[in-house]
Design a protein around this ligand. Structure first.
Ligand SMILES: *[C@@H]1O[C@H](CO)[C@@H](O)[C@H](O)[C@H]1NC(C)=O
Ligand SMILES: *[C@@H]1O[C@H](CO)[C@@H](O)[C@H](O)[C@H]1NC(C)=O
Ligand SMILES: *[C@@H]1O[C@H](CO)[C@@H](O)[C@H](O)[C@H]1NC(C)=O
Length: 574
């Protein structure tokens, strides 16, 4: 209830502050929001005009069928798109309800579809994308991706909370909760395993994934309690603090920003963290850094280094001052489609800043810390760490500076949006011309959520208020079973057999760290490994001879572990 009162007040503040907003951004949103909503809905089956062949409730990523082929449904994209629709439903667009119910039904079915990541009970919920007729996509891909179930649970939990408030708990219990429960059971079991990041490139731990998992478990535990699902509530509220503790470890104190992935060998400056911050916005949590709230010093510091990483590499950013917005992409090292700016990345920057402004206005103060000082300096070169109340000139200077800065990102997007309002995935770094997939559904959703944040519109609290991280972190590798891998392989002198595969205990496909097998029953080589229970994974054997690595031929081998006990393989080198 408290957050409800807070946000109502905020909406008024935002309206009052309208005078300081950019008229270019005003005009852009006035035109682009209805276009974005219409184009977003056009990408949802069964009747969206660009979604022919998609089942009811299925979001296509983009209608583009080649260069790139995005005519698939991604769990992540669809969840974020539907989260934006649920938010609009909560704000009164009740005509969206049928679409949301179709989403619930489509996802309940999709969870049962066996796929290369496994079945409903062996890790299949980590599968990132499916065909739009809800069959499995079986080509090779970066899998699993463990943010999808958490994001879907969040969209559906928000919907459930609204249904319960409106006296419809029975539909929640019968239809929505079973989907959420499977997603959160998966999240509770697998949050402490690596997977591919939201850009489907790096297999490691990823800040975005961890942060969205934490949120989903917290609000899911509260929903479970509400529904009398006490065993689930206990499971989720046991793991949530462990996830929050782990989330803190991404902060790099010496460099002063969140490193987005633990692997991948990049700087780690990535819009990953801005999207996570905006997604996990909870106005009741103020500027709390533990949950990476948009106005927290750590989130602002991370945002600044991320933005600045594009100033010199994109020609369209030439000549922009440090307090001016620029085009931004996923991360500076990006080479996909030549490494261009992305609309949804630039919109996420604006959204995080608009969220921050909502809280500063509500709290009638801005706090600058040593960590966030660099973020604020471009708006006031003399600012020092401290708390500035809303009647101070520093507060006004900073607030107006950040507002103009945030609107500036929308002005960048406006400049590079074609006259018909269509939004592709990317716009070129040299010319600003749209490129890659056309009509990207997530691009449209990113405009809708940035606009809502700018208007200070209703944001439901998810329970971030007052959370703190424990000093030492508990892991959760969950139940394991012991599997003996046996492979018949003849070798020459000096040659040895190793094993690697898609799960942590098999060293995540690392030939360097692959497990050595024992030849005491030569020509059978063996090694016994503890692997996660109820999990499907892939693996291969490799030969190493004096540093020279030879892989087995394709395809990958696959193994599904049981719930308990032991297992073994009898493979022959191929
Ligand atoms: C579903 O879509 C895929 C990919 O387009 C296609 O190969 C498959 O035949 C379709 N299956 C059914 C049952 O329609
Ligand atoms: C509960 O919500 C569902 C899903 O929107 C709807 O189909 C059903 O009619 C509602 N029931 C009541 C009693 O409002
Ligand atoms: C598992 O959690 C522990 C404790 O937070 C952490 O040190 C470790 O890096 C985590 N590993 C993965 C893969 O999440």
């Amino acid at each position: 209830m408290r957050s409800f009162v807070v946000t109502l007040t905020l909406a008024i503040y935002a309206a009052v502050a309208g005078a300081q907003q950019s008229s270019v951004a005003d005009a852009y949103f006035a035109n682009q929001v209805p276009i974005s909503k219409a184009n977003l809905l056009a990408n949802i089956g069964p009747d969206g005009s660009r979604a022919q062949g998609a089942k009811a409730g299925v979001v296509i990523a983009s209608p583009s069928t080649s260069d790139p082929d995005y005519l698939y449904t991604w769990i992540r994209d669809a969840s974020l798109v539907y989260k934006s629709l649920v938010e609009r439903l909560i704000r009164g667009e009740t005509d969206l309800r049928t679409k949301i119910d179709q989403y619930v039904d489509s996802q309940a079915y999709l969870q049962t579809v066996s796929n290369p990541s496994g079945t409903i009970s062996s890790g299949g919920l980590g599968e990132p994308k499916f065909n739009i007729n809800l069959t499995a996509f079986t080509g090779s891909w970066g899998r699993p991706q463990r943010d999808g179930p958490a994001l879907r649970a969040t969209a559906l939990t928000q919907y459930s909370n609204w249904l319960i408030k409106n006296g419809n708990q029975s539909y929640v219990s019968q239809k929505v909760w079973p989907v959420i429960k499977l997603d959160l059971d998966y999240t509770a079991q697998y949050w402490n395993y690596t997977g591919f990041d939201l850009w489907e490139e790096v297999s490691s731990s990823s800040f975005f994934t961890t942060a969205v998992q934490h949120r989903a478990l917290v609000e899911g535990a509260a929903l479970a309690t509400n529904l009398g699902e006490t065993a689930s509530a206990t499971s989720y509220s046991t793991q949530a603090p462990n996830v929050l503790c782990f989330q803190q470890s991404y902060w790099n104190p010496s460099a002063g920003y969140v490193t987005s992935n633990t692997g991948g060998g990049r700087s780690g400056k990535d819009v990953n963290s801005a999207i996570a911050s905006a997604h996990n916005f909870d106005p009741s949590a103020g500027c709390d850094a533990t949950t990476f709230q948009p106005c927290s010093d750590k989130a602002l510091a991370s945002l600044k280094v991320y933005i600045d990483s594009f100033r010199s590499i994109y020609p369209i950013n030439n000549g922009k001052a440090a307090n001016q917005a620029v085009a931004t992409g996923r991360y500076a090292e990006d080479v996909y489609y030549g490494g261009q700016p992305w609309y949804l990345a630039t919109a996420a920057v604006a959204e995080q800043l608009y969220d921050a402004i909502i809280v500063w206005k509500a709290e009638k103060a801005i706090t600058v810390t040593a960590t966030s000082l660099d973020f604020f300096r471009p708006f006031s070169s003399s600012v020092v760490a401290g708390t500035y109340a809303s009647d101070s000139t520093t507060y006004t200077t900073l607030l107006n500076g950040v507002q103009a800065f945030a609107d500036g990102f929308i002005e960048v997007i406006a400049q590079y949006t074609p006259a018909d309002g269509s939004l592709a995935e990317q716009y070129r770094r040299d010319t600003g011309v749209p490129t890659s997939a056309t009509h990207l559904t997530w691009s449209y959703a990113s405009i809708l959520t940035a606009f809502a944040a700018r208007n200070g519109e209703y944001q439901e609290s998810w329970g971030a208020k007052g959370l703190s991280a424990t000093a030492s972190c508990d892991s959760n590798t969950g139940p394991t079973v012991s599997v003996t891998f046996n492979v018949m392989a003849e070798t020459v002198l000096g040659e040895n057999i190793f094993l690697t595969g898609s799960v942590e205990p098999l060293k995540n496909w690392s030939p360097d760290n692959a497990l050595a097998l024992n030849p005491s029953n030569y020509p059978t080589w063996s090694v016994t490994v503890s692997v996660p229970a109820n999990t499907q994974f892939s693996y291969k054997y490799i030969r190493k001879n004096n540093g020279q690595v030879t892989w087995e031929s394709d395809p990958d081998r696959s193994y599904t572990s049981g719930a308990s006990g032991t297992g073994s393989t009898s493979d022959v080198w191929r």
